[in-house]
Design a protein around this ligand. Structure first.
Ligand SMILES: Cc1ncc(COP(=O)(O)O)c(C=O)c1O
Length: 510
């Protein structure tokens, strides 16, 4: 079933040669698209989560050159159903348990429609006072919900990957490198700058190092303890070794909610090390920041208030759909000093005395992202958000308890949030064979289309990873995934050489 929409549409409604759709056509098409979206969401559970398409298949069914003449909307929407929908991985399916599943929802969808209709650019206060002030308000709400103290001020970017680039750029400037003015090329006065993160931290650190010209090899991975938390003693040793080599410890990235296991680094201890060496502390709370909404669990984030910068991704665990990432700076004026640049043609737009978000990053044009977040936060309320996060933690604990009752499976990491890592380890099998078995289980479960999970590697071993983030996910969906895992495991055990071909995208870093 590929068509959630209503096929009875105005025949041959097409955009006129000049201008836009007539308003009566637009209104009718908007209603139809609203029905399409509502039907999609109602029927999502009837769909297979991952598509059975081969690379290039969808592209070949689409036009290779742009259409010369206007096409009727009827035909375009029919192609959406016929060509595009069969190639969709249904991230919104409640049994989609891969990565950190960003979830859509009613209030967010309404916010996105309004933002698309408005299409304002929140680059300065004058270019969009309401988008700017709503962004400030929403950032303030997130700050309070997560539990960051008042000096922190935020800015919205698309992703945490972009946020860490900005944070490290400020760290470098604070270290006196004057890169804004002088750049890095041809300079002999710059030390080798090192940035430390745990062996579980996200790869966005290396990407930031590449982009900033700091060098991928200067991202130093520090070992973790049995619970996958950064070993602060090892951090101290790594810094001491680098100092002996004449290198500069520029920053440490501590993670609250790592990608594989959702472990939380000992941020207070790491902050003390940073203070000792004058290093910047960036806390990647892209996923784990949401834990701050639960008073009974907020203590796990202790120390994030000591950071210089913190990133929180509401598109991971605060029920705001992609994309929405909030970077908080203890001294926002440092971010502004680095990136504020007002060309003549924007001078008249930037003299309001109010905040202009274009000053806080490299992006000029900025979507009205705050609108969807504002609608979600108001429609669910802080208590509703907290209840959903709490329930997802409960579901993860429920799954972990099931795993623990199965002798052939082992839990591979403590369950701190809504992520469970576990492994099929049947007795009498070689460690080396188990990796293949666990990969085969992921492929077999995903090939059913009835649940979706990913794998990761912990201490070199392939493990199964379930992440619960969709607000429609219930115990029934998690139980279904668990049943499918056990069925796949039994098959893999009987026929270890037979691997079910993977149909969805390859499991990888979320
Ligand atoms: C801990 C952590 N930090 C950062 C990121 C990058 O997030 P984004 O996709 O917003 O760049 C991820 C992605 O999953 C992550 O797990």
């Amino acid at each position: 079933m590929d068509d959630p929409g209503d096929r009875t549409r105005t025949p041959m409604a097409a955009a006129p040669a000049l201008g836009d759709l007539p308003s009566d056509v637009l209104r009718a098409e908007l209603h139809r698209m609203a029905d399409w979206a509502a039907r999609y969401r109602e029927s999502i559970e009837e769909r297979l989560i991952s598509p059975a398409v081969a690379p290039g298949e969808i592209r070949s069914a689409l036009g290779a050159s742009p259409p010369e003449e206007p096409e009727p909307l009827e035909r375009i929407v029919a192609d959406l159903d016929r060509v595009v929908m069969p190639g969709i991985v249904h991230w919104g399916h409640p049994a989609f348990l891969g990565y950190f599943g960003s979830t859509s929802n009613g209030p967010a969808l309404l916010g996105e429609i309004a933002a698309a209709a408005l299409n304002v650019s929140a680059m300065t206060w004058k270019t969009s006072p309401a988008a700017t002030e709503l962004e400030t308000v929403v950032l303030e709400w997130i700050r309070q919900m997560v539990g960051l103290p008042a000096p922190f001020q935020g800015v919205v970017y698309d992703t945490a990957s972009v946020a860490v680039v900005h944070a490290l750029a400020v760290a470098r400037e604070r270290a006196g490198a004057s890169v804004r003015q002088r750049g890095v090329a041809g300079r002999g006065d710059l030390p080798v700058c090192r940035v430390y993160a745990s062996d579980q931290a996200h790869s966005s650190l290396e990407k930031a190092m590449i982009l900033l010209g700091l060098g991928e090899s200067n991202a130093v991975r520090v070992v973790t303890d049995a619970a996958f938390r950064m070993d602060a003693g090892a951090l101290r040793s790594a810094i001491d070794a680098d100092l002996r080599e004449g290198m500069k410890p520029l920053a440490v990235v501590a993670t609250a909610g790592t990608t594989s296991t959702a472990s939380i680094d000992p941020v207070s201890e790491i902050a003390a090390v940073c203070r000792l060496h004058g290093a910047w502390l960036h806390v990647d709370a892209a996923y784990g920041g949401a834990l701050g909404l639960l008073p009974e669990r907020r203590g796990a984030l202790a120390g994030i208030e000591l950071a210089d910068s913190v990133v929180v991704n509401p598109h991971k665990w605060l029920f705001v759909p992609l994309d929405f990432s909030a970077l908080y700076m203890r001294r926002p004026e440092a971010l502004r000093a680095l990136f504020s640049l007002v060309p003549e043609y924007l001078r008249g737009d930037s003299d309001s005395g109010s905040i202009d978000y274009m000053d806080y990053g490299i992006q000029l044009g900025r979507r009205f992202r705050a609108l969807k977040a504002w609608m979600v936060f108001r429609a669910f309320g802080r208590s509703g958000l907290a209840a959903r996060i709490r329930e997802q933690c409960r579901l993860a604990e429920w799954l972990a308890a099931q795993v623990e009752t199965e002798p052939e499976f082992a839990l591979c990491a403590p369950v701190t949030m809504a992520v469970v890592c576990f492994r099929y380890e049947p007795p009498g099998t070689e460690e080396s064979a188990r990796d293949g078995m666990n990969e085969a289980i992921v492929a077999a479960v995903n090939a059913t289309g009835r649940a979706y999970l990913t794998h990761t590697r912990l201490r070199g071993r392939v493990v199964l990873r379930v992440g619960i983030g969709n607000l429609q996910t219930t115990e029934e969906h998690v139980a279904r995934a668990w049943d499918l895992v056990r069925t796949a495991a039994a098959d893999v055990r009987i026929e270890p050489a037979v691997r079910t071909p993977e149909r969805g995208p390859r499991a990888r870093d979320a």
